[in-house]
Design a protein around this ligand. Structure first.
Ligand SMILES: N[C@@H](CCC(=O)N[C@@H](CS)C(=O)NCC(=O)O)C(=O)O
Length: 253
């Protein structure tokens, strides 16, 4: 049985899936999908990998049996599937306590919340567009394109800050986690991957100290760090070439 991950390191939900595979110590075959150039929109991809035409996508192939491969799209479904099938049950239960309805419910809650309140305000592409394709309109677009997204995300950041401030700190002295446990869960993972995307280009969260500490703790996990190297490099390039025209560091101070 081989798990194949179709993904890209510059895609937030792709990184969440890859980080989890590593955290759960699950072997996997990696396939880079050039989503920016339409590879997910090809007939082959839709027919064989993911009819929803997005990454990440997971395909589990059993080479010993004649069974059709099991294919799955949507990062949240993939993350839950990995936790449900991982050999190391204790480790999987830390990320997604599926046998404990009360502990699992807040993980599901924050995962559901993530798509509408954090992912919806993805600013990375607008920053890239500002920088690469519309150099003469940078200042104007900062206010028309980025400001509404920043304002939308700020409300979500405030919710997270308030929530984290009311979570008990783990006995280890580490940063609080979203669902109150000693270890992060899938909820922490999906939201951290999303926010890290804009941290990579220089956004800081100084006005949200609990959130900043929580994100730093997530970003310092070994697998998170390793899988984030490409987004770090991409973010740095954009940051260096953008000069000071974008107020990234001060936007959430
Ligand atoms: N809700 C989906 C979102 C996936 C998504 O937006 N993936 C982007 C890359 S970050 C993609 O595949 N885009 C290709 C396209 O839209 O053609 C998930 O969580 O998996």
């Amino acid at each position: 049985m081989t798990v194949h991950l179709y993904a890209h390191r510059l895609s937030q939900p792709s990184r969440a899936a890859e980080i989890l595979l590593r955290e759960l110590d699950m072997p996997y075959a990696w396939h880079t999908v050039d989503f920016a150039n339409g590879e997910t929109r090809t007939d082959t991809f839709a027919a064989q990998i993911n009819p929803l035409q997005t990454i990440p996508a997971l395909v589990v192939r059993d080479t010993t049996a004649n069974a059709a491969p099991f294919a799955l799209g949507e990062s949240h479904a993939i993350l839950r599937y990995l936790c449900r099938t991982a050999r190391n049950r204790d480790l999987a239960a830390q990320w997604y306590p599926s046998d404990d309805a009360e502990r699992c419910a807040p993980v599901d809650l924050w995962m559901a919340w993530h798509h509408n309140h954090v992912r919806a305000y993805d600013m990375f592409h607008d920053i890239m567009n500002l920088h690469f394709t519309l150099p003469m309109l940078k200042y104007e677009l900062q206010s028309t394109a980025l400001k509404p997204l920043q304002d939308g995300l700020r409300a979500g950041l405030a919710t997270l800050e308030h929530h984290l401030g009311h979570q008990k700190n783990p006995s280890s002295g580490a940063a609080a986690t979203l669902c109150g446990g000693e270890q992060p869960t899938l909820a922490d993972l999906v939201i951290a991957c999303e926010l890290y995307q804009i941290a990579a280009v220089g956004y800081r969260f100084d006005g949200f100290p609990q959130l900043a500490r929580w994100l730093e703790a997530m970003a310092n996990r070994r697998h998170f760090r390793d899988v984030s190297q490409e987004i770090d490099a991409q973010g740095q390039t954009i940051r260096e070439q953008s000069g000071a025209y974008l107020d990234l560091a001060g936007a959430f101070s």
